[in-house]
Design a protein around this ligand. Structure first.
Ligand SMILES: C[S@@+](CC[C@H](N)C(=O)[O-])C[C@H]1O[C@@H](n2cnc3c(N)ncnc32)[C@H](O)[C@@H]1O
Length: 303
């Protein structure tokens, strides 16, 4: 019998500590979250939606939060509980092993999360912030509690996506050559490779090939959802275009945003929606691209 290595199969998603290693490697991300807590945690009742290892909930406690509810659905809730206990913060930080949707609301002054992703909706930020919105009660003196982030903006720009286009060309050439070698009619397969639906991946190397356009600006915690839309995106310079680049801007507080624009570094990268066929555009030429969010994932179509 083959023995399985102790950590196999590995935990998936945020149950895998490597996902958290990636977050913590991103100093500007960490500092934006700490800036929020420095401003809003002292004296506050706080809930962290998705505390992961519990580090930021402990920071909130160290910064003087009155009480912190640290909610985490994955087994990392046990790591969070251990971190809280090891730092003598058990009287302040309460770790709840659950999804926020399944926890009864309690009044807080600050509800915060970092449920962002290169695919901006993929971590369920919309439903999680809707679920925590009722926790944000009016505070003493009539001050309303705060949701952070409170708005999520998504920007889009054309991208050359030349390596995706090259792959699509190579795939078509390979299919034709295999078809010819074995006398197979490959028309149906070639037609399916010519889909107007974009291939979605994460990139850190593409740059916008034209001016960014605001696709969605969503007030979180209000039940608002990104409506399907069609954008006209313009190229700055002549040349082939085979994709659309998307990135987010999450407004944590006044003059405090978390964002992953191209060229910003950080661990997120940007979402690249690549089309199988390159379109040649002149400078100032435009393409019409339809965007929608289906099941927490961005879908893009050309035309
Ligand atoms: C990107 S991590 C952020 C971890 C931590 N807040 C930080 O900023 O370092 C998002 C965390 O949210 C958790 N999460 C995802 N959906 C959730 C939900 N519906 N309710 C509560 N937590 C959730 C994930 O398991 C993950 O640990």
């Amino acid at each position: 019998m083959m023995l399985k290595p102790r950590n196999y199969p590995p935990p998936t998603g945020f149950a895998n500590p490597w996902e958290h290693v990636r977050l913590y490697s991103d100093a500007p991300r960490n500092e934006a979250m700490i800036a929020l807590l420095t401003r809003r945690a002292p004296g506050a009742r706080v809930v962290e939606v998705g505390c992961g290892t519990g580090l930021l909930s402990c920071v909130a406690a160290r910064l003087g939060a009155r009480h912190v509810v640290a909610i985490e659905p994955t087994p990392l809730a046990h790591v969070a509980a251990a971190l809280v206990a090891a730092n003598g913060l058990s009287a302040i930080v309460e770790v709840v092993h659950a999804r926020v949707e399944d926890v009864a609301p309690r009044p807080v002054d600050l509800a915060f999360s970092e449920l962002l992703n290169a695919d901006p909706f993929a971590e369920g930020v919309l439903s999680a912030m809707d679920a925590v919105a009722p926790w944000v009660a009016p505070g003493p003196g009539g001050l309303a509690g705060r949701l952070a982030p409170r708005r999520l903006r998504v920007w889009a720009a054309l991208a050359r996506a030349s390596s995706s286009a090259r792959e699509a060309r190579l795939a078509r050439a390979q299919v034709r050559s295999i078809g010819a070698r074995y006398r197979l009619a490959t028309g149906a397969l070639e037609a399916c490779l010519d889909t107007p639906l974009a291939y979605v991946s994460v990139t850190a190397t593409e740059v916008p090939a034209g001016l960014p356009v605001l696709a969605w600006d969503i007030a979180l915690g209000t039940g608002a959802r990104p409506a399907p839309l069609t954008l006209t995106l313009t190229a700055d310079d002549p040349g082939p275009i085979a994709g659309v680049l998307l990135w987010f801007e999450a407004e944590l507080d006044d003059h405090l945003v978390l964002a992953n624009p191209p060229g910003n570094g950080g661990h997120w990268g940007q979402l690249l929606c690549a089309f199988a066929e390159e379109r040649g555009l002149r400078a100032g030429g435009s393409l019409s691209v339809s965007l929608s969010v289906d099941g927490d994932h961005v879908t893009a179509r050309i035309g």
